[in-house]
Design a protein around this ligand. Structure first.
Ligand code: BTN
Length: 247
């Protein structure tokens, strides 16, 4: 295990984001990783609740380097999580733009970032061994766990260690401006080449996702007539099907 990370484990917390924020305010160093077996008030992006029963991997990484504010840090988190899941189980894990983890067409996990006291808190949640009955039921998409996709439980400590190993590599790539991060993101993308519906504020567009730009924006070809850029960070996206197919 790399010396970059200091792991703090808990049985039950409200949210690892909140605890990591408290640690940041108290001056905790770069590389602290707050891990919990269960969260009673887990949070997702856009103020959503994040169900976090036992069996999942729930953690927040505290990052203090100046480049931690780079928006690609959340992408680094998603790539690290996706790679760790694939390496541990062989399951094909995809990234739904911008940083949701998907397997078998269902949401497996998610990544979020928050700023706190000149620090970035990178939160990663994976439904690793969450049983089918404890998976959240969400109106707009299906949810799954790694164990369900793989057909057998995954070692949580091994998954966490692999994830942190992968994260260290990806963060170094972000720091050095390595274009490989965006290239890997494209290769892991769930929607490139597929029909999507995207909402930006009050506007909704249907089209084929044709590219992820170097700045993280998603490019949509709307009915072959015009190209629309979805800026990274402020778009809701739904999948419709393969390009060329109806629906
Ligand atoms: C998303 O909305 O897709 C992002 C979900 C992030 C959930 C993780 S679980 C660990 C950390 N603690 C939280 O309360 N949220 C993040």
């Amino acid at each position: 295990m790399s010396t970059r990370w200091t792991i703090e484990t808990h049985d039950t917390v409200t949210s690892t984001m909140d605890l990591a924020r408290k640690r940041a305010r108290a001056g905790a160093a770069d590389g602290l990783v707050v891990v919990a077996e269960e969260q009673t008030g887990g949070r997702g992006r856009r103020g959503n609740r994040w169900e976090s029963p036992q069996g999942g991997l729930w953690l927040t990484v505290l990052l203090r380097s100046p480049d931690a504010l780079d928006p690609l840090v959340t992408v680094a988190g998603a790539l690290a999580a996706a790679d760790a899941c694939s390496r541990s189980t062989g399951v094909d894990v995809r990234i739904k733009w911008p940083n949701d983890l998907y397997a078998g067409g269902a949401k497996l996990g998610g990544v979020m970032a928050e700023a706190a006291s000149r620090t970035v808190l990178l939160g990663i949640g994976i439904n690793a061994n969450v049983s089918a009955g404890r998976l959240p039921s969400v109106e707009y998409y299906r949810t799954t766990s790694l164990a369900l996709e793989a057909g057998s439980p995954v070692g949580l400590v091994e998954l966490r260690e692999t994830l942190l190993e992968e994260l260290e590599v990806r963060l170094a790539m972000v720091s050095s401006g390595d274009p490989g991060v965006v290239e890997e993101w494209r290769a892991r993308s769930l929607e490139l080449g597929r029909r999507v519906v995207a909402s930006r504020g009050a506007e909704t567009f249907q089209g084929v996702a044709t590219a992820i730009r170097d700045d993280g924006g998603l490019v949509l070809d709307v009915s072959g007539e015009r190209v629309v850029l979805m800026p990274h960070g402020d778009v809701t996206l739904g999948l419709l099907g393969k390009a060329g197919a109806e629906g």
